[in-house]
Design a protein around this ligand. Structure first.
Ligand code: ADP
Ligand code: MG
Length: 254
């Protein structure tokens, strides 16, 4: 089943200096519970693509659909997680995780209980009343993910979610995040400029051209289809082949 569909989507930004073509004729279907990674050079329109799926931006041409319904604006079905975790330093971990629900006026006792259960399940039990500066980068990123999941979105958009973490943490948090998203049967679109990260986590990797961003090629990653975790995938002999193929695609100039 198609969860997300982009159909011939182009996006131009209008600035004082003129028009910036950010995306051109992008078509992509993301199946339910699929994890799609989008790689491309800085400035090729990756964040723009996520903003279009989230409904924060409207395409200049073409359409975006979620569950076959055209996206007209932000919706509860889509959760958006950014590179910076945007936790409020003066709110406790629990208060941060409940923020979305509070804004939507849905902080019911059941919802609070569910968030507490998620904190516990994802290694944050006992930290509910700590403040963000007392936590590691990886723990903070998990709080941000739980805050997003609390809104029960079907689709998660991740914009370079691990780039603020050091290498060791990136591997560990990537492993956990994939486990959480698979357990909760989410559909994911993640943008990154880190090819190993994309190959280790995704069912498919989409390579974009430099600006204006178009889809250059799409690569199916069989290890994810087989249910391997990101760390297990990195150990497979095919991992290097995928890396080399995608690296060449990314750096091809035409
Ligand atoms: P990426 O996430 O791949 O680095 P972006 O989607 O952020 O790329 O941006 C794509 C292009 O559009 C870049 O050249 C950027 O400078 C330009 N751009 C992004 N946002 C705006 C904006 N609000 N106004 C004008 N140009 C923008
Ligand atoms: Mg970006």
């Amino acid at each position: 089943m198609a969860r997300v569909e982009l159909s011939h989507v182009s996006l131009n930004y209008h600035t004082l200096a003129g028009e910036v073509k950010a995306l051109e004729d992008v078509s992509l279907v993301v199946e339910d519970q699929e994890f799609v990674a989008i790689v491309g050079q800085s400035g090729c329109g990756k964040s723009t693509l996520l903003s279009l799926v989230s409904g924060l931006l409207k395409p200049t041409r073409g359409s975006v659909f979620i569950d076959d319904e055209e996206v007209q604006g932000p919706s509860r079905r889509v959760g958006y997680m950014l590179q910076n975790d945007y936790l409020f330093e003066w709110r406790t971990i629990l208060e941060n995780a409940l923020l979305g629900l509070e804004i939507q006026r849905e902080k019911t006792p059941e919802a609070v209980e569910e968030v507490q259960a998620m904190l516990k399940a994802y290694g944050l039990g006992g930290f509910e009343h700590y403040y963000p500066p007392q936590l590691s980068g990886g723990m903070r990123q998990r709080v941000a993910l739980i805050r997003t999941l609390a809104m029960r979105p079907d689709v998660l958009l991740l914009d370079e979610p691990f780039s603020a973490l050091d290498y060791q943490n990136r591997l560990a948090v990537g492993e956990e995040v994939v486990k959480i998203l698979r357990e909760r049967k989410k559909t994911v679109i993640m943008v990154t400029h880190d090819i190993p990260e994309a190959v280790s986590m995704a069912n498919r990797v989409v390579v974009m051209t430099p600006r204006p961003g178009r889809i250059r090629s799409v690569h199916r990653i069989t290890m994810c289809d087989q249910g391997l975790t990101p760390l297990q995938t990195r150990e497979m002999p095919q991992f290097r082949e995928y890396f080399t193929t995608i690296w060449k695609e990314l750096n091809r100039d035409d």
